[in-house]
Design a protein around this ligand. Structure first.
Ligand SMILES: Cc1ncc(COP(=O)(O)O)c(C=O)c1O
Length: 463
């Protein structure tokens, strides 16, 4: 890797460009443990290591860009969720955040269940040995074939998302002489993202059946009548990257209200309640996520309190964290290709990936951190924007960042907290090849999802 001097140019932090810049960090070489995987550190030469392997070796062996995933950190976080909720609750890892067979095996070993939302995710889960009864099948438009495969496999629950699906699943189960365990996903009129939540009219979305207007109660009525279904509970998922528990409080209050209505109308106390996922992680040092044991305590207390006041037995709680488990465990390793200082603005740092390996910045205006990882630098902080190699000016990976002013082509930089919704949302835009997922553990690295090749691309293009 080059350690050459930087080209001349305006690389100073005296005047900050527009954006989410605060003061430059005191030490650009420091790695905030909040945003980096737990085994990340710098070695004596200042090179970043993870799982006991340094990034120069990782780049040499596996190339860049690459997602580097810390197995010990993943297992620790999965176990922490499992332990926090205890034996009376279930933790379903949301596979949409990132799924591979290695991940499925770790989840199985750590005692977690798995939430899938397509035939592909189901196939991955089953092929890696996740017992079907520990799988929940989600989705707002599951195909008949997907439902048949899920029922035939014996998945533990199907989360019903529409009136048509209630009938479809019942019919398929009955045609096989089965009674499928199901939950009904309801929309509770709460939408929560990051630090705020809004409790108004957020039934206006494609997922779930609204509580408002009695639609969810009607869905329950129909499900209870159908022989092919065993209704085990109600499901609610209110948003993503949530730090504030108040949205869950409103959601639990409304779901428990439905459970009470069901008891009063049908004489049935449904045994389960699923509060979905959406718990936030630190993408930058400004984010302060809660620990799993605090979340478990808060959610259990909320549900217990609501049930006590409704004089209901407290149902078994389940949750579906995806991002909160895998998000912090990985970073994306890039090589710097060009460094372009723009007078009076900022310096554009182009890397060898971009929106095809991380669409979240373009899609959600997401914020990320970034650090020079192949060496340390005592150069001044330079306001920078990390961009990709795609033909799109919105191809931004990190919008507002500080990098050392001597950053040069050939340097390795890394974007932490890219474990969730990066590889799983990756694309082939511009026929750029999707990066591998490399797992590091106890001084060794291994590829668990290999880098795409041009042969992979051409194999699909049948002319
Ligand atoms: C039903 C459901 N459960 C769980 C999740 C996982 O969310 P997160 O990865 O933010 O925890 C999602 C995400 O969209 C979801 O739709």
């Amino acid at each position: 890797m080059s350690r050459s001097a930087h080209p001349a140019g305006p690389r100073h932090a005296d005047v900050l460009p527009e954006g989410h810049y605060s003061a430059p960090p005191a030490d650009l070489n420091a790695l905030d443990p909040k945003v980096w995987a737990r085994t990340v550190a710098r070695d004596d030469d200042g090179v970043v290591t993870v799982g006991g392997v340094d990034v120069l070796t990782l780049a040499e062996q596996h190339g860049t860009p690459a997602y580097i995933l810390d197995e010990a950190d993943f297992r620790d976080r999965a176990r922490a969720w499992r332990t926090a909720f205890g034996a009376d609750a279930d933790v379903f890892y949301a596979g949409k955040a990132f799924l591979s067979r290695a991940v499925v095996r770790w989840l199985h070993e750590e005692g977690l269940n798995l939430d899938v939302c397509s035939g592909g995710e189901l196939a991955t889960a089953l092929s890696a040995g996740m017992p079907a009864d520990r799988i929940a099948f989600h989705g707002n438009n599951k195909s008949t074939v997907e439902i048949e495969r899920a029922v035939d496999a014996g998945v533990g629950r199907i989360v019903l998302d529409s009136f048509q699906e209630i009938v479809r699943v019942a019919h398929i189960a009955q045609s096989r002489g089965k009674r499928q365990r199901v939950q009904i996903r309801v929309t509770v009129g709460v939408e929560a993202h990051t630090h705020e939540f809004i409790a108004t009219a957020h039934e206006d979305q494609k997922f779930g059946i609204p509580l408002a207007g009695g639609q969810a109660a009607e869905a329950v009525r129909r499900a209870l009548q159908l022989d092919g279904l065993e209704l085990i509970g109600i499901h609610s998922h209110i948003g993503s990257q949530i730090f504030d528990m108040s949205g869950f409080e409103v959601a639990a209050h409304r779901v428990v209200g439905l459970l009470k209505d069901i008891r009063d109308e049908h004489g049935v106390e449904l045994p389960e309640i699923d509060l979905g996922g959406g718990l936030g992680i630190a993408y930058t040092s400004d984010d302060d996520p809660r620990e799993p044991h605090e979340i478990a305590k808060a959610l259990t207390e909320i549900v217990t309190r609501e049930c006590e006041s409704a004089r209901l037995r407290t149902p078994r709680i389940s949750v579906e964290p995806g991002r909160a488990i895998v998000g912090p465990t990985a970073f994306t390793l890039y090589e710097v290709g060009t460094v372009k200082p723009l007078d009076g603005l900022r310096t554009y740092v182009s890397v060898d990936g971009g929106m095809s390996d991380n669409i979240r910045t373009a899609l959600y205006d997401a914020e990320y951190s970034v650090a020079l990882v192949s060496r340390v630098s005592d150069a001044a902080p330079m306001p920078a924007r990390v961009v990709g190699k795609h033909c799109e000016s919105g191809d931004i990976v990190v919008k507002d960042a500080f990098l050392p002013a001597d950053l040069a082509p050939g340097d390795l930089i890394a974007v932490p907290a890219t474990g969730a919704y990066c590889r799983s949302m990756a694309s082939n835009y511009n026929h750029v090849l999707r990066p591998p997922v490399v797992v590091v553990h106890e001084g060794e690295s291994r590829v668990v999802v290999r880098r795409e090749t041009e042969e992979d691309l051409l194999r699909l293009d049948v002319g």
